[in-house]
Ligand binder design. Structure first.
Ligand SMILES: [Zn+2]
Length: 342
């Protein structure tokens, strides 16, 4: 059957990316199709699990259990198959554990495909893990041919100097990667003009102070949070970069409530920030909407006392306009897919 006859409703099994050479930083992931935001680009099981404080003998033992193709894939990650230098070659792969995925604090996992994703200080995807499975999820729309990137940083609200310091420190003691950041970070943010870099540093500094302020405002931080969200959009950063669970924790800490309410009405208005998935309940004027799912598109407005919610559309005939809903008519369902945001 010609491709054009394929039913469009069938999910494609084709990989959404290919691994190929970048112009200046080795291999990378490139989109082979347009990828919408919030798409799981890949779920990958780990290739190798090692204790963090591993020794060469552990590595050799672990490698001996791999299938020939996996072994080849592992060696190709370090670009050298000289068995005498095995540990030395592997060390760079284990050293930057955050880059490659950590299954537990005491262990590191090495992933064949996910290990190839490059860093950007303004990434378009995020890593998430559940047990041993590493998922890569798009954060914004990615065009065919565009490189797919994640952030290796623990905190994106840092200046270019601090970011480079963190990136370099991840490779300390890793001979193969020590020189990796010699020329600085090669991402679009860090290679911009000095003027743009200055503006970028300023925005990220502001974001760091806003975050600190939000934490100190003890539950009265709607305005601060809204300003942060706006500034993050300007900067091309997304909430999940801070980690949705981290954000929820911030809100939980400041409001002393559980955000995973099982019964409606327990959740504080501050929880309904843009992007949060919600369910409607107890609406008297439009009871037909009770039980419907949606996404917060306008954060809580103290003046109107309402939150803007875009419903998941049941049909094309439905209006796309956001509904103004009182926080008391919303709750966050427990089924929220947190894996996407971890
Ligand atoms: Zn950068």
């Amino acid at each position: 059957m010609p491709i054009s006859d394929a039913k469009p409703a069938l999910p494609t099994k084709l990989p959404m990316f290919e691994v190929r050479s970048t112009a200046d930083i080795g291999l990378g992931w490139f989109a082979t199709q347009d990828i919408p935001p919030d798409t799981v680009i890949m779920d990958e099981d780990l290739m190798l699990r090692l204790p963090r404080s591993s020794a060469a003998c552990n590595l050799k033992k672990a490698l001996s259990k791999l299938a020939p193709l996996e072994k080849e894939a592992f060696h190709s990650l370090s670009g050298d198959t000289d068995s005498d230098k095995l540990w030395q070659n592997c060390h760079p792969l284990i050293g930057p554990a955050d880059v490659l995925g950590v299954s537990e604090r005491t262990e590191v996992g090495i992933y064949n495909q996910c290990s190839r994703i490059n860093h950007s200080c303004r990434p378009n995807a995020v890593r998430a893990s559940e047990n041993d499975i590493m998922s890569v999820v798009s954060q914004k729309g990615i065009k065919t041919g565009q490189q797919i990137t994640i952030s290796y940083l623990t905190d994106n609200f840092q200046t270019v100097k601090a970011r480079l310091h963190e990136l370099r420190s991840k490779n300390e003691g890793a001979p193969g990667l020590a020189s990796c950041w010699d020329r600085g970070c090669r991402c679009e943010v860090c290679t911009a003009s000095s003027e743009e870099l200055k503006a970028d540093d300023k925005r990220r500094n502001t974001l760091a102070s806003l975050r600190a302020r939000f934490l100190s405002e003890q539950g009265h931080g709607f305005e601060t949070m809204n300003t942060m969200i706006k500034l993050m959009n300007d900067e091309g950063l997304y909430l999940s970069l801070m980690g949705m669970p981290a954000l929820m924790k911030m809100i939980t800490v400041t409001t002393h409530i559980s955000v995973h309410a099982t019964t409606p009405g327990e959740v504080h208005a501050a929880t309904f920030i843009v992007g949060v998935r919600v369910k409607l309940h107890s609406l008297k004027a439009k009871p037909e909407l009770n039980g419907r799912d949606g996404t917060v598109v306008l954060a809580f407005d103290a003046k109107s006392g309402r939150v803007g919610v875009a419903l998941d559309l049941d049909s094309d005939n439905e209006k796309k306009l956001p509904l103004s809903v009182k926080p008391g008519n919303l709750y966050i369902p427990r089924s929220l897919d947190h894996r996407k945001f971890s």
